[in-house]
Ligand binder design. Structure first.
Ligand code: AMP
Length: 373
């Protein structure tokens, strides 16, 4: 029996799973959903693309709906019962999209409070009654300070992509949020890596949580086809054009290491008649968002990104990732390639390799050898 067929998982949730063709739980779902459904606290070590959002979204909705069935619906404004804390607005938006089809049938309400949007919007979002809050830490703390939001009825608190959140210096805000919730709330923390900062947060507040690691963690996924292409001196762009001449299903995500490389490549591609959009740090947020939207909707087939685009984003239709410039860190490489071949779908990664990339390539080969691939 899989966790999707458990008797205590509500029929309305099972129906939506079936409608969406989600029949078999992913590894991280099979590991973390049972303890979460039983009300226990967990730490899940899993990459984006592993299905971790549903691993906590389903238990959250199940729990809150059962409370309603037991005659305890939410009756107070601005007082949610579950909070999902995320590092970026993009991830927050993505998570509320995952919740949406399931809240449709359960009739539970999800509201967002995300940095990078007008504070007025956040205020309006939390003004009435709702069950689930998806929030970035800074913006959430601002609303707490102004007493526009009350976390005293939180039953489940989730930290998603905790490593990225703490990288951005959110530990004080995260601690503050934990303190604003009741002591006996259930906790869930998901993270691609357990960095020293994540370990600190785990030690501080997740002392009694069970830790689950998805086996696929840190491994390049099975359906990924990796091709290394050697770059001849000065021939990086012609090689890219040759690669792009091969059509693939879905969009192509091209990674560079710096903002300058990103802009320069976009300019060169446009000059050669390839429509593309840019996704990098330090650009106008509205523009970045609309570029991502155009790519997600297939209006533009090429997205040129820096490592900012490698984490967290669920762009379902990425058929190919090109590492135009390979990163120096294996960690960044794994995040980048995690954008394709998601949840078992096929995908291709093309690495542009120069002599300088030898250390990374040998590290990659040893990861693959360990994974038996
Ligand atoms: P996540 O790791 O939560 O970002 O999910 C990555 C992708 O996997 C999303 O597009 C989900 O719709 C998809 N997904 C989640 N659970 C399953 C499942 N059990 N079977 C197939 N796909 C899934």
């Amino acid at each position: 029996m899989s966790v999707f067929t458990r008797r205590d998982l509500l029929a309305s949730l099972k129906e939506t799973l079936a409608e969406k063709g989600l029949e078999k739980p992913t590894e991280i779902q099979e590991l973390t959903m049972p303890p979460l459904l039983d009300g226990r606290s967990v730490v899940g070590v899993a990459e984006t693309g592993s299905g971790k959002t549903l691993a906590y979204a389903l238990p959250v909705l199940n729990h809150l709906k059962v409370l309603e069935h037991m005659g305890e619906p939410v009756e107070t404004d601005s007082q949610p019962r579950a909070a999902v804390i995320v590092p970026t607005r993009e991830l927050g938006e993505q998570i509320s999209r995952v919740f949406k089809p399931f809240t449709h049938t359960t009739r539970l309400r999800v509201r967002t409070v995300l940095g990078g949007t007008a504070l007025e919007v956040a205020k309006r979002n939390v003004a009435g009654q709702f069950e689930v809050l998806v929030a970035t830490p800074g913006r959430l703390v601002k609303l707490l300070d102004r007493k526009l939001l009350n976390l005293s009825d939180i039953r489940i608190l989730v930290f998603d992509e905790a490593d990225q959140m703490l990288d951005q210096g959110f530990l004080p805000d995260a601690t503050r949020i934990v303190q604003a919730c009741p002591k006996d709330r259930q906790l869930a923390l998901f993270s691609a890596t357990v960095s020293p900062a994540v370990q600190k947060l785990i030690d501080k507040v997740f002392g009694d949580a069970e830790v689950f690691r998805s086996e696929g963690h840190h491994r390049v996924v099975a359906t990924l086809n990796t091709v290394n292409r050697t770059v001849e001196n000065g021939k990086r762009f012609p090689l890219l054009e040759a690669v792009l001449a091969d059509r693939v299903e879905g969009g192509t995500l091209i990674f560079t290491n710096t903002r300058e490389q990103c802009d320069k490549l976009a300019e060169e591609l446009r000059k050669h008649g390839h429509g593309c959009a840019v996704y990098r740090g330090e650009m106008d947020k509205v523009e970045r968002r609309s570029n991502l939207k155009a790519f997600r909707e297939g209006k533009v087939g090429l997205l040129i990104a820096t490592d900012l685009g490698s984490r967290g984003l669920d762009v379902e239709h990425v058929g190919r990732v090109v590492n135009y410039h390979l990163p120096q860190q294996l960690e960044n490489y794994l995040h980048r390639v995690g954008r394709t071949a998601r949840a078992g779908r096929a995908g291709t990664v093309i690495n542009f390799v120069t002599e300088r990339d030898a250390p990374l390539v040998s590290q990659l080969n040893s990861v693959r050898a360990k994974a038996g691939k």
